[in-house]
Structure formats: C-alpha cells, structure tokens
Design a protein around this ligand. Structure first.
Ligand SMILES: *[C@@H]1O[C@H](CO)[C@@H](O)[C@H](O)[C@H]1NC(C)=O
Ligand SMILES: *[C@@H]1O[C@H](CO)[C@@H](O)[C@H](O)[C@H]1NC(C)=O
Ligand SMILES: *[C@@H]1O[C@H](CO)[C@@H](O)[C@H](O)[C@H]1NC(C)=O
Ligand SMILES: *[C@@H]1O[C@H](CO)[C@@H](O)[C@H](O)[C@H]1NC(C)=O
Ligand SMILES: *[C@@H]1O[C@H](CO)[C@@H](O)[C@H](O)[C@H]1NC(C)=O
Ligand SMILES: *[C@@H]1O[C@H](CO)[C@@H](O)[C@H](O)[C@H]1NC(C)=O
Ligand SMILES: *[C@@H]1O[C@H](CO)[C@@H](O)[C@H](O)[C@H]1NC(C)=O
Ligand SMILES: CC(=O)N[C@H]1CO[C@H](CO)[C@@H](O)[C@@H]1O
Ligand SMILES: CC(=O)N[C@H]1CO[C@H](CO)[C@@H](O)[C@@H]1O
Length: 772
C-alpha cells in the first residue's frame, strides 16, 4: 500500500512539473483588431522561432525574429503605435546572444517566473551595441527610436540578464531603458562582472518620464544602475558587490522604497556636475557594509535653491563608513543615524507649523506612520502576482465566454458572465488581447481575479448609456456599494469610444478586510488611439477659440473610490487623458476633455498608490475628500495642455455633491485669473493621515505653449496646483516637486508656499511639507 501511494504521489508530482507556466500553456487567442493583417498574432514563444535556449547556440536572430514577426512598430520607420502589440515569451533556458535584442514599441518580454530564463551575452558581443536588451535604439541621427517621454506600454518580467562572460573592462549594459509611464521592469536579476574596477551596468536609463522598477537584484557591476529620468518609483531593489550601486546623472524626483545595498563602495551617487539631481526620497531601506551611503551634490550649508533635495525615512546604515557625504563635509555620520521611523533626515527646504526653512539634519515628524498602512514598521507593499502555481486550466479565457475583443461586437454580457463565473468558480478571468467594446457597466464581483494579456486587453465603453454628464455611469464597477471581499486585477486598460461625458471608467466600491486587494498596471487611457474615434482627425488641438467640440468630451472621471470602499493596494496605474494621438507619427496634439482624474471619498481608508500617475483631466488629477489612511509614492501629474483655454470651469459644471473645485468662486479675486483656472494637480480636503512620498506635480503648458515652464520665465503656466483644505490631520508631503506653477501649496484658499526661491532643477522642490 505504501509503495502504491508513493507511486501515485510520484506520478502526481511528475504531472505537476510537466505543467509549464500558465502563460506558455494557454491557448493564444489574443488579437489586435486594428492591425492591417487579420492574422496578426500578439503572443509569440521564442522557441517557436528557433531559439534553442541551451546556452550553446546563438539565439540572437531567433529572439529578434520572434519580437519583430508581423508588421510591428520598428525603429526608424515608426515613432509609436498601439495597433501592433506583442507578448514575447521565454521558456526556461539559457539564451546566448551575440548582439542586442531589439525590444520594439509596445512589447512585453516575459519569462517563466520560477525558472527565470537567462539572457547571456556571448564573449563576441560587440562594443557598439547598447544593451543585451535595447528597448530604444539610437538612430543614425543620434535620436532615440521613440521619444523617451512617449515610450509607454512596455514591460520586462522574469528574466536573468547576464553580462558576466564579457571582459570586466567591456562597456556592458544589461538593459537600455529610456522609458515613460505604463512601463515596468519586474522580477529580474542582473548578473554582472564582479571583477574590481569593472565597467558593467545592469540597467541604464538616461531620460524619460517613468515608471516602475520592482523586485530587481543586481550582482556585481561598476555602476550597477544608471538612473536619469523625470520621475520614477523603484521598489524592492537589491544591490550586491557593485562599485557604485546607483548613479543618478539627473532627475527631478525619484522615490526608492525597500532599497537594499550590500557590500558596495558607494550606495547612491547623485551627479556632481551642474546637471544636479532634483530630489531623492528614500524610505524603508538599508545600507550594509558600504563605504559611502549617498554622495550628494548639496552642500551642508546650502541655503539657496533646493536642488539636491534628499529625504530619508526609516533608512538603516549598518557597517557604513559615511552615511551621506556632501561637497563640504559629511552631512550624516553613520554613527549618528537615528532609527525612529518618524525621524526624517532632510537636506532641503521644509515647511511645517514653525514656518519654512532650509535644513540639513534630522527632523522629528509630528505625524507618525499610520499603523493601518504598515506591515511591521515598513509601509505595506505587494507585487503583482505571477500565479506561477496555477496551471493554464485555472484561467478562463474571455473568448470562451463569447467575448470577441474585435473592437465592434458588444461584449458587455460576455464579460459580465466571465467575471461572474471566475468569481464563483475561483478561477482567474483572462482577458485575451483585444478591444472589448461594452455598452453598459461591467461588474467585477468580490473575490475575482482578472489578468489582461500583458497590456493588450482594452475594455472600451461606447454608446448612449455613457452620454449624460448629469447621470454618470461606471464602465467597470469593482464590487457594488457595501460589497466585502477581495480582487486582484492586472494588466488591463479601460477606455472610451467617441463622446462619453457620463463615463466613470473605474468605480471602486469594494471593502477588503485583511490582506488588501490589488490593482497592478490597470490604466485608463482616454482618447488618442485606434478605435477611440478621439484621434487627431476628430479632436485636433484647439488653440485659437473657446469653442468646445462636444464630440471630444470623452469621460466624466477616470477612477472613483467610493465611501464604502477600503483596503486596496495599487501599483503602476496611470490615468491618462491623451494629449497627443498615439498613432500619429508626428505626435500631433489633440484636445480631449475628461472631467476628473482619481477621486477618493472612502471613509474607511487604507489605500496605497505606488508608482501612480494622473494626467490632463479638466478639474483635477487627484482629489482626496473626506478620506483617511492613504499612502502615495511616487505620484505624478500634468495639467491639461490646452488650459486655460477653455477655463477649467468648462465643460464640466462644478458639482457640489462630489466636492468639485469651484473655480468661478476660488479665482474671482485673482489678478491672473486665466492662469488660476487650471485643473488642480492634487487636492486633499477634510482628510486624515495622507502620506505622499515623492510627487511631481507639473504644469508645462499654457494653451499648448511651454514657454511659461522655462526657468527664466515667470513660472506662470498656472497659479496654483496643490490645495490642502478643510479640516485635516496627519498630512505629509515628502519630496514635492512642481513645474510651471507660481504657488506650490495653497491652504484653505490662501497661498502659502511660492516656487521662486525654492527652485531646483527644472522643477521647484520642497523636501517636506506638513500643514500648519
Ligand atoms: C519629445 O516629445 C516632446 C513632447 O511631444 C517634445 O517636446 C520633444 O521635443 C520631443 N523630443 C524629441 C527628441 O523628439
Ligand atoms: C544647483 O543648480 C545650480 C544651477 O544649475 C548649480 O549651480 C548648483 O551647483 C546646483 N547645486 C547643487 C547642490 O547641486
Ligand atoms: C544666496 O545666498 C546669499 C547669501 O547666503 C545671498 O547673498 C544671495 O542673495 C542668495 N541668492 C539668491 C538667488 O537667493
Ligand atoms: C534659482 O533662481 C534664481 C533666480 O533665477 C537663480 O539665481 C538661482 O541660481 C536659481 N537656483 C537654482 C538652484 O537653480
Ligand atoms: C462556474 O460556476 C458556475 C456557477 O457555479 C457553473 O454553472 C459553471 O458551470 C462553472 N464553470 C464555468 C466554466 O463557468
Ligand atoms: C469640509 O467639510 C465641511 C463639513 O462637512 C464642509 O463644510 C467643508 O466645505 C468641507 N471642506 C472642503 C474643502 O471640502
Ligand atoms: C483650514 O481651515 C480649517 C477650519 O476651517 C482648519 O481646521 C484647518 O486647520 C485649516 N487647514 C490648513 C491647512 O490651514
Ligand atoms: C537638471 C537637469 O539636469 N536637467 C536636465 C534633465 O535632462 C534634460 C534632458 O532630458 C536636460 O535638458 C536638462 O537640462
Ligand atoms: C517664494 C517662496 O515662497 N519661497 C520660499 C522658498 O523657501 C524659503 C525657505 O528656504 C522660504 O522662505 C520662501 O518663502
């Protein structure tokens, strides 16, 4: 009997190990309805293109063929497009390459998450190449293939990037990644040279407007990572044995959370030339056995300007010689670091109830960490699930429920049936690549897990149900009011077709007790791409007159978190109203009106927005109203480029029941009235315990002209941009950078902090703001 049961167990185990990663084993039914070739395939497995993955054969060509198969957006001929997306899958194995893998626009490169495939440079890898994976190759005219600020919609997941076979003095780069929003590199290892004095770099980012980097491990390297970008969230990054773990050549605002630097000479090096680093926010991190933790450009005695702003909270220095080194001495001696989670180390300007002042040193924050937002002492964090333990049979394809994703059939009933069934059967709803047109609300019931085929699944609202701005209706509703349970939702876009003045793209009602629910890489993308009927032909930029083209009123709100909701972790979710047409090769601007960005009204609280962005909505990008217990870091906003023409009061009348800003009232006494009537970047009203770690709140344009944002101009793209009002408690903004705005912070209609003397890089920066 014992023998028999062992036999059964063995058979069972061998059966289990035979099942591969679900993504490999799924039927691949995804499509791209606007691609000219109806047989275009979104999913490709590199082995189907002849990659051997045996560590012996040269797989460069096979992998590049897998990526470029079908008519795709190629460097030099295409400057961007959404109609030719691809998921390129790597089964376990070692893939030897002798030249760069060219990662095309709108591509996901994904490996098996458990047995992560290795991409290994062979000794013959050429010096002229730029990256084992080059996601944005330089062209003969010295420009990047895709403008870095438009390099959206791409991910690299579950790979090991190995440069160790290259000589130590080879200028090796693992991944070249100039990138912007809706991008992520996740769960990767960088195996670099460990020879002293080596010149290997794992991840190289020179510019862009990102983005998320998470769960990355760097072994060895000269400068293991080079990070230049407007803003980024980097979470759970580990560095071992590098000379310099992270070099930051320039930026406006980076947030590092859960950063672990071990056995390195230097942890973080901010650049030493004039192009200084704007602002670094570090939390929940540790430096261990490091000579210098951080080399900053900011002198200890600096009082003018706020470039080189550094804020650290809950950062430990163990066996570190100098914690923070400045040009004029040691700014933080590692023998004197403080362990208290509410002790902030600050180099920069801060504003609290005592006024506004510059500081280098510790500051005991009166608003302590909220116990409802932490796990132990660290702020809670949760990565996107890989579902590596669930076989393909555990996923219900949308196609099997009759959803077509063809961009024309009404898929409302099919999607509702899919989510309902996935919820009741405990399976995962899989949205195969496609454009799912819906004419009424889709409900994601409690206890549902939803995965879109890597950033190529789009739910698109259309029709009469979404027209009335006096009676808005959700496109996707997560739980009904009062529902309790959890969801996990990833890699999906929610959008609209044509005018949809009454569409709330995501309405979140669910209350989750215990482990918070999660949304990862769930984006709203409003207008500006194939299938939306909101492109340059229909909605060209209106620059000269006040007329509003009602055909371009595209949404009421991106996301609403309602009163009864609570307990949600979200990461890398970007709420974007298109400012240009993604299919247009000149990046032509368009004028699209969407009323509101993210509104949180939950009285229960417990929300985390990691790597969050909200851009170009009319009235505000973020509004937190009568809520509590919210963590945001990093957050990024941009005001609508067309404003103040028309003024922000148009075309959505201010509604008192959702606490809309009333610009007519608040701007009536402003002498520069036009620039006052611009959408708010962030409003926090009647709320408690809101902690923001790193924020880039930008206003680059006035009626499409960016002259107002330049440093030598009047800083008057808009007058005000961040408002704290009503009865508030425990509000804390760390590493706040604004661009193009006269006033950085407005309190109860009074302008408190101006931008002028707090100028930093291109942005103006405050290290810490706590209301008086
Ligand atoms: C990139 O795009 C932005 C916005 O459209 C534009 O201002 C900038 O000049 C572009 N840069 C390049 C190199 O094309
Ligand atoms: C700040 O920027 C100015 C202007 O570019 C530069 O002169 C100065 O050295 C920078 N200061 C720091 C601390 O980096
Ligand atoms: C910088 O500080 C010095 C003295 O510390 C002062 O004389 C000078 O006016 C300041 N410059 C600016 C631009 O604030
Ligand atoms: C801030 O602006 C003032 C006035 O334009 C300038 O003198 C100063 O150098 C700037 N400081 C920084 C850090 O850019
Ligand atoms: C899922 O659950 C429903 C209701 O419990 C059941 O009727 C159905 O057969 C199950 N399977 C599928 C594939 O929906
Ligand atoms: C705060 O709440 C009070 C009481 O409900 C209300 O009167 C006030 O308008 C609110 N303030 C803001 C800025 O929403
Ligand atoms: C705003 O005014 C309310 C009273 O209406 C007050 O409780 C609150 O402290 C003020 N907030 C700020 C940031 O000044
Ligand atoms: C402050 C700073 O270094 N700003 C630079 C950021 O990078 C851009 C290029 O993308 C430069 O133009 C800025 O000077
Ligand atoms: C214009 C303005 O408000 N500037 C502020 C910048 O920061 C200093 C503190 O260092 C304040 O005193 C200024 O008011």
């Amino acid at each position: 009997m014992v023998v028999v049961s062992w036999l059964i167990l063995l058979l069972y185990l061998s059966g289990l190990s035979a099942a591969g990663f679900w993504m490999e084993d799924m039927k691949h039914l995804g499509k791209s309805p606007y691609h000219p070739d109806p047989s275009y395939q979104v999913f490709r497995n590199v082995k189907d293109f002849g990659a051997a993955g045996d560590g012996v054969h040269d797989d460069t060509d096979a992998i590049n063929q897998a990526i470029s198969w079908g008519q795709r957006c190629e460097p030099g001929v295409c400057r961007g497009s959404t109609i030719a997306p691809a998921v390129v899958y790597f089964p376990p194995g070692t893939y030897l390459i002798s030249n760069s893998i060219i990662d095309l626009f709108y591509t996901q490169l994904i490996g098996d998450p458990v047995n992560r495939p290795v991409i290994k440079a062979s000794p013959s890898f050429p010096e002229y190449s730029f990256g084992l994976i080059d996601s944005n190759p330089y062209q003969p005219n010295s420009a990047l293939a895709w403008n870095s600020t438009n390099a959206f919609f791409r991910q690299i997941r579950n790979l090991i990037i190995d440069t160790s076979a290259l000589p130590p003095d080879f200028p090796a780069v693992g991944i070249h990644w100039p990138s912007s929003q809706a991008t992520a590199i996740t769960n990767c290892i960088f195996q670099l040279s460990t020879a002293p004095g080596n010149t290997h770099t794992g991840l190289f980012i020179e510019e862009g407007s990102g983005g998320l980097l998470n769960d990355l491990y760097f072994y060895g390297g000269g400068k293991a990572a080079i990070f230049g970008n407007q803003q980024y969230t980097a979470r759970n990054l580990w560095f071992f044995n590098a000379d310099v773990a992270i070099h930051i050549p320039w930026n406006w605002s980076w947030t590092f959370k859960s950063l672990y630097i071990t056995d390195c000479r230097v942890g973080i090096q901010m650049d030493q030339d004039q192009k200084s680093t704007g602002s670094l926010t570090l939390l929940d991190s540790e430096f261990h056995n490091v000579d210098v933790g951080i080399i900053t450009t900011r002198p200890i005695l600096e009082t003018n300007g706020t470039n080189g702003t550094l804020v650290m909270e809950n950062v430990q220095f163990n066996a570190v010689n100098k914690a923070v080194q400045s040009p004029d001495g040691i700014a933080l001696d590692s023998n004197n670091w403080r362990q208290g989670v509410n002790d902030l180390f600050i180099m920069g300007h801060l504003a609290d109830e005592n006024g506004i002042f510059g500081q280098t040193g510790y500051y005991a924050s009166p608003s302590s960490r909220n116990p409802r937002l932490v796990n132990g002492i660290k702020y809670f964090e949760r990565s996107k699930p890989h579902y590596s333990d669930i076989p393909a049979q555990g996923f219900y394809s949308a196609r099997l429920f009759g959803a077509t994703g063809d961009g024309s059939t009404d898929d409302t009933q099919a999607l509702n049936a899919l989510f309902n069934s996935a919820s009741s059967n405990g399976t995962i709803a899989f949205l195969d690549a496609g454009v799912y047109v819906v004419t009424d609300t889709i409900l994601i019931p409690p206890n549902t897990r939803v995965v879109g085929e890597a950033l190529t699944a789009i739910i698109m609202a259309s029709g009469s149900n979404f027209q009335d701005m006096a009676n808005p209706r959700p496109v996707v509703q997560v739980g009904r009011s009062g529902d309790v349970g959890y969801i996990e939702w990833s890699d999906t876009f929610v959008s609209t077709r044509g005018p949809c003045a009454g569409a709330i793209l995501i309405e979140y009602n669910l209350f989750t007790n215990g482990t918070p629910s999660g949304m990862w890489d769930v984006h709203t993308r409003i207008g500006g791409f194939a299938g939306t009927s909101l492109q340059v032909a229909e909605c060209p930029a209106i620059k000269e007159d006040y007329s509003i083209n009602s055909a371009c009123i595209a949404a009421y709100m991106s996301m609403r978190v309602t009163e009864s909701a609570g307990g949600l972790y979200s990461e890398n979710c970007w709420f974007w109203v298109a400012d240009h047409d993604l299919e247009d090769q000149q990046y032509s601007r368009i004028t699209i009106y969407a009323g509101r960005g993210l509104l949180i009204e939950s009285s229960r609280g417990q929300f985390w927005f990691s790597a969050s962005g909200s851009e170009h909505h009319v009235l505000y990008q973020y509004q937190l109203s009568s809520t509590r217990d919210v963590y945001i870091g990093h957050m990024q906003t941009e005001s609508a480029y067309y404003q103040p023409l028309p003024l922000a009061r148009l075309p959505f009348p201010a509604l008192q029941q959702i606490n809309d800003p009333n610009f007519e009232l608040s701007c009536q006494s402003d002498p520069t009235e036009a620039n006052c009537e611009m959408g708010w970047g962030l409003r926090i009203m009647n709320s408690s315990n809101v902690a923001v770690y790193g924020a880039g709140i930008y206003s680059f344009f006035d009626m499409y002209s960016d002259k107002c944002a330049a440093k030598d101009s009047e800083y008057d793209c808009q007058t005000r941009i961040v408002e704290i009002a009503g009865s508030t408690d425990g509000i804390k903004l760390v590493g706040l950078s604004t661009v193009g705005t006269t006033v950085m912070i407005t309190e109860n209609s009074t302008d408190r902090i101006g931008a002028r003397i707090n100028n930093s890089t291109f942005a103006d920066t405050l290290a810490l703001y706590q209301p008086q």
